[in-house]
Design a protein around this ligand. Sequence first.
Ligand code: ZN
Ligand code: ZN
Length: 368
Amino acid sequence: MAKHWTRRQVLAQIGIAAAAVHTLDPHELCCAVPAHAKTTDKDLFELKKVADGVYAAVAAAAYKVNSNAAVIVTDDGVVVVDSHSKPSAARAVYTEIQGITKKPVRKIVNTHFHWDHWQGNEVYAAANPGLEIVASQRTRENLTRPDAGAGGIPFIEKQLAGVPSEIEKLKGDIMRASNPEMKSRLEANLQQAEAYLQELKQLKPMLPTRTVSTTVTLHEQGREIQLHLLGRGHTDGDLYIYLPKEKVVATGDALIDWMPFFNDGYPEEWVQTLNALEKLDFTHIIPGHGEVLPKAHLTFFRGYLTDLITAVKTASGGGATLEEMQKKIADQLAPKYEQAMSKYPLGRYRDRIGQNVEMVYRKVVKKG
Ligand SMILES: [Zn+2]
Ligand SMILES: [Zn+2]
């Protein structure tokens, strides 16, 4: 039975109720998007069939971003991987799931602790008594650690402190908007930010009720679901959900169709972890963001990580400053990666390359 915690209860429980709340650094946002990103209130998700009884709920591009979900129907219930950034988004997916099956949702699996992958857990818990929420042991810890990064209960407090200034900035941008099209986009973003703030204030964080610290097989009725811990990568607790019979893997943000987000990541280990993932026999990837992908995308995405790491090491070895590296490497890797890493209005090559270079420089070259 999933236990309901209020945010305050959890904060008190972990002894950080009085922890300083600081303003949100935009770099801390897992999936911060440019203010001009396309937004829609309806059609938040499209449910796409990947195999018999296996679906990807592919999130539409939205200013307040949502993760994808994997929806796996078993003989006696449903397993859902990731629950997006907010209850309203989880509700939208849950409604779509109920259009496929009236079976209860038995399990939620959270791939990692980032805010846009778990903040909708409460919706499934409220509607499904006995729901289990499964995550890696490390993810469970990260969800309450004040210094964990871009997700968890302390990060909700940071967002509550940060979103009001984001709203003020959007209001200022709207006043200064030079054309009607830009203005209406910003107004839509403002609406989303205001609605998101209201949801954040009401959020009832639902932490994992079951953790795994090694690879396990869930023997659901009529469906084998494996949970793999393959090493550190996008975070230190990434979980891969693998269906051996259907040859499908759900990867969270360890493998996406956007540019990667490195802030809580381990660039060199990430490459090794993807090598381990490659050994599994699968044909389809349900990524954390973007459309369902073929296995070949792993090679491409890992190629970007290795080329980026090599480029940063070479440039810094040659004495380049961070700013010089950011400019040089952005142009250097563009022919191979810019187009394929800019398919969506979010997480595009030029939006993230500077930040990617900086993170790899700090984590790989400066080791800290
Ligand atoms: Zn994400
Ligand atoms: Zn993430």
